[in-house]
Design a protein around this ligand. Structure first.
Ligand code: NAP
Length: 269
């Protein structure tokens, strides 16, 4: 059994840009739970000491850049999907005082793709940009889709080869971006390009017209890449729906009840 958390936090560095406090506090308020979700900016060198203190306070919460892999290593137990992704984005303390970890980015990504494609993914060729924690969550999701494969590109090819190697033959690492996106049904940006400004991962003119485009990056007003993709007539979605769903799944983990998703969405629209 999971006791109700004493505190709720987001651990990251930086965290000021995050929308999580806004929609998690809307969900807490809608559920009548007297807690405030706080963003804690923690430098990597300080993570271990902060986590020890949070465990003593029976804190639950989320983890974002750059702590997801480090948090996995600190948990006493993680779910199989978090182990597969190589990252923890959701944590809580169990009734024995032990730190538990999960990865709800995987479920959040699944939900976003389902909405974007209008159906449960099956037989999809994915082009994936990036080889970090979010890319690991994408691979953990896609390996559960029937007859699907991933063509992975990352700026450091060796990092892509390493990540692809943790998954089966359906995931291949490519040195050239053009090779990775060729014939893709779904193109996913799992790099931070476009987070701070209107930079784009690559011109959408290179994406074939039947493809769908999913940017894991989100910004108020949408990302420049997604705006360009829609102008080209492609099905396109930024990272906000995934962010909201990973947050809703995390809320279910902490409290055992579904949050008011409409209230969460309204708070950031
Ligand atoms: P990460 O672990 O730091 O990995 C980032 C990846 O992007 C690495 O492979 C990195 O390569 C690459 N990269 C960084 N800058 C690049 C550039 N200028 N050009 C090409 N590649 C670049 O980060 P993450 O946790 O995977 O997150 C990636 C992005 O996804 C972030 O913007 C995050 O906000 C977003 N995200 C969104 C959601 C959501 O719910 N919407 C969930 C998770 C993550 P190097 O290793 O060479 O640096």
């Amino acid at each position: 059994m999971t006791p109700r958390p004493g505190r709720l936090v987001l651990l990251g560095h930086p965290v000021a840009h995050s929308l999580s406090p806004t929609f998690q506090n809307a969900a807490l308020q809608a559920a009548g739970i007297p807690l405030v979700y706080e963003a804690l900016d923690v430098e990597p060198a300080g993570l271990a000491a902060v986590v020890d203190r949070l465990v003593a306070e029976r804190t639950a919460g989320n983890v974002t850049i750059p702590h997801k892999a480090a948090m996995l290593a600190r948990c006493a137990t993680v779910t199989p999907v978090a182990a597969r992704a190589g990252a923890v984005n959701t944590f809580w303390v169990d009734d024995r005082g032990q730190l538990q970890g999960d990865n709800t980015d995987v479920g959040g990504f699944d939900a976003a793709v389902g909405t974007l494609l209008g159906e449960t993914p099956r037989g999809v060729t994915v082009a994936l940009l990036g080889a970090g924690g979010a890319a690991g969550a994408v691979l953990a999701a896609v390996e559960r889709w029937p007859h699907s494969s991933v063509r992975l590109w990352s700026r450091r090819h060796e990092a892509g080869v390493l990540l692809a190697g943790r998954f089966g033959a359906a995931v291949t690492a490519h040195e050239l971006l053009a090779e990775a996106i060729r014939n893709a049904d779904l193109v996913v940006n799992a790099t931070p390009i476009g987070l701070a400004d209107d930079a784009i991962p690559f011109p959408v003119a290179l994406v074939r017209r039947q493809s769908a485009v999913l940017d894991l990056v989100y910004r108020r007003g949408g990302t420049a890449w997604i705006r360009a993709a829609r102008t080209r007539g492609l099905r396109a979605m930024d990272g906000l729906p995934m962010l909201l769903e990973q947050g809703a799944l995390a809320f279910e983990r902490w409290f055992g009840v579904a949050p008011d998703r409409a209230a969460m969405r309204a708070s950031v629209s």
